[in-house]
Design a protein around this ligand. Structure first.
Ligand code: ATP
Ligand code: MG
Length: 328
């Protein structure tokens, strides 16, 4: 027992035990040292001896809903993450200091943002120089060669653009507008972009969104979200296939579905496809100019709107991406 006590007083994390009446049974030294818990906590209700309002309201929610809860909060210039494991007799709350982790994440984000930003200008210059060369060249062989170079430069430009968008979204600094959006119009505009590509591969684009279906959000961001989903639905389709966008209301939110009759996604890959740079078949994606950032952008835009995205897929049959967005 003394070994356990020793461990709990030395460990670099906070532990708080609350009984089913909401009284504190135990709190380790970490919590007292960090000013999160009053010294004379024993037997007192948690809301009287925990020194942070966010923590109190997070615990109140966990205890009243009787479900585990994760919250992040600031206290005396440090950032913490709290996890409450709610049991029938005892609730165990673990506090971790995530200040250094956050600092590291921030510096990684800033690094990516800076590098991308610095690459943006030279790539734009390179592209316009190559375009001039291409226009002026009349020997077919050289023209074909320049076309290939230009395609690679365009891939680079897209990668840098996607990285910049993603780092902005991840930092949470990006302002999300709340405009009334006519969803059918938005999808029509996106389909227009892909008209010739769809024609080439004989893919039928069907906009089944009801006339007048409105959602609340940021037009440019949602345009990017659905552009990425439609792009994938066409890219990973089969000749003569179909892409259909539908929308309906469910439990007070809008559900927008992008369905395709394409190659589908193998089950063991499904949990990872929203991760940065993840591709099921890297060689196929690379050939199509894909870098694997599209779906992480989709996920972050949905989250920044207070929504989420889900996927359902059957290999060889097709996929459905379901985006939940606010109606109001
Ligand atoms: N509709 C789909 N059908 C089948 N596979 C898909 C579909 N959408 C995505 N995938 C798979 O998930 C991977 C990740 O998609 P994501 O959009 O993030 O990347 P990408 O399309 O390869 O590149 P990018 O979007 O950056 O151009 C893809 O490489 C592909 O393997
Ligand atoms: Mg994509």
């Amino acid at each position: 027992m003394s070994l356990l006590k020793e461990f709990l007083s030395q460990v670099g994390e906070g532990y708080l035990l609350i009984d089913k009446e909401g009284r504190v049974v135990f709190g380790n030294d970490f919590l007292i040292r960090r000013g999160l818990l009053k010294r004379d906590f024993e037997g007192k209700p948690y809301y009287e001896c925990v020194n942070n309002l966010t923590v109190v309201s997070c615990l109140a929610e966990a205890l009243s809903e009787k479900s585990d809860k994760l919250c992040n909060f600031d206290h005396e210039e440090r950032e913490y993450s709290l996890y409450a494991f709610v049991g029938s007799d005892l609730t165990v709350v673990r506090f971790s200091d995530i200040t250094d982790l956050r600092r590291y994440e921030r510096s990684r984000r800033e690094f990516v943002a800076n590098v991308s930003h610095e690459l943006k200008t030279p790539i734009a210059v390179l592209k316009s120089l190559l375009e001039t060369l291409y226009e002026e060249e009349d020997r077919e062989e050289k023209k074909a060669f320049l076309e290939k170079v230009l395609k690679r430069v365009e891939d680079m430009r897209r990668l840098v653009e996607d990285l910049l968008i993603l780092t902005k979204l991840e930092s949470g600094e990006e302002r999300i507008k709340r405009e009334d959006i006519n969803l059918k119009m938005l999808i029509d505009e996106i389909f227009e972009l892909f008209e010739s590509q769809a024609l080439e591969t004989k893919i039928d684009l069907k906009n089944s969104v009801e006339e007048g279906f409105k959602i609340k959000g940021d037009w440019d961001k949602l345009f990017l979200l659905f552009k990425n989903l439609v792009d994938n639905a066409i890219k990973y389709n089969k000749e003569g296939g179909k892409v259909e966008v539908k929308a309906y209301k469910k439990d007070g939110v809008a559900v927008v579905e992008v369905n395709d009759t394409g190659i589908g996604i193998p089950k063991d890959h499904l949990p990872f496809i929203f991760e940065r740079f993840y591709r099921v078949d890297p060689s196929r994606s690379r050939e199509m100019g894909g870098t694997g950032l599209g779906l992480s952008i989709v996920k972050h835009i949905a989250l920044s709107h207070g929504g989420k995205v889900e996927v359902e897929s059957e290999e060889g049959k097709g996929s459905t991406f379901r985006v939940y967005l606010p109606l109001e």
